[in-house]
Design a protein around this ligand. Structure first.
Ligand code: ADP
Length: 140
C-alpha cells in the first residue's frame, strides 16, 4: 500500500480536556507519523469554509460554532494507507457506534463533539492539508 498523508484535527472538546497527548499516542501506536502539527483557534469564518461541504446539513451552524469554540490541533499524519488507517483509529462518527479502543469510543462526548476530524479520501486530504499547511511545514 502507498504512503499517504491525511489531515487530522483534534477538536475543541478534546483540547479542553487536555487529551492531545493521549490522542497522539493512538495515532503513533497505529503506525501513523505526525509530520506537521499546530494548535490554533479557528474563527467562525475559517470553520465555515473548512466544513463548506456540510453547508446544507441541519447541524452546520452548530458544527461551525463548536469548531470555533476553543483551540484545535491541526496535524498531518503520514503512513501506509494513512487515510483509511486514521479513519479506523478515529472510529465511527457517533461514539455510540464506534468500535472499542477507537479514539471516539474512548473520548468523544457526542456525535457532534466527537474529538477528532480525519480526511475521508485522497482528494479531500490534499485540499484539507493545503488549507492549514504550506509545503515547508510538512517534515516527514
Ligand atoms: P466524520 O467526521 O466522521 O467524517 P461527517 O463528515 O458525517 O463525519 O460529519 C462531520 C462532522 O459533523 C462530524 O465529525 C461531527 O462533528 C458533525 N456531525 C455529524 N453528524 C452530526 C449530527 N447528526 N449532529 C451534530 N453534529 C454532527
Amino acid at each position: 500500500m502507498a504512503i499517504e498523508r491525511t489531515l487530522s484535527i483534534i477538536k475543541p472538546d478534546a483540547t479542553k480536556r487536555n487529551l492531545t497527548g493521549k490522542i497522539n499516542a493512538k495515532f503513533e501506536d497505529a503506525g501513523l507519523r505526525i509530520v506537521a502539527q499546530k494548535r490554533i483557534q479557528l474563527t467562525m469564518e475559517q470553520a465555515g469554509k473548512f466544513y463548506e461541504v456540510h453547508k446544507e446539513r441541519p447541524f452546520y451552524g452548530e458544527l461551525c460554532e463548536f469548531m470555533a469554540s476553543g483551540p484545535v490541533v491541526v496535524q498531518v499524519l503520514e503512513g501506509e494507507g494513512a487515510i483509511a488507517k486514521n479513519r479506523e483509529v478515529m472510529g465511527a462518527t457517533n461514539p455510540a457506534d464506534a468500535a472499542a479502543g477507537t479514539i471516539r469510543a474512548e473520548f468523544a462526548e457526542s456525535v457532534g463533539e466527537n474529538s477528532v476530524h480525519g480526511s475521508d479520501a485522497a482528494e479531500t486530504a490534499a485540499v484539507e492539508i493545503a488549507y492549514f499547511f504550506s509545503g515547508l511545514e510538512l517534515v516527514g
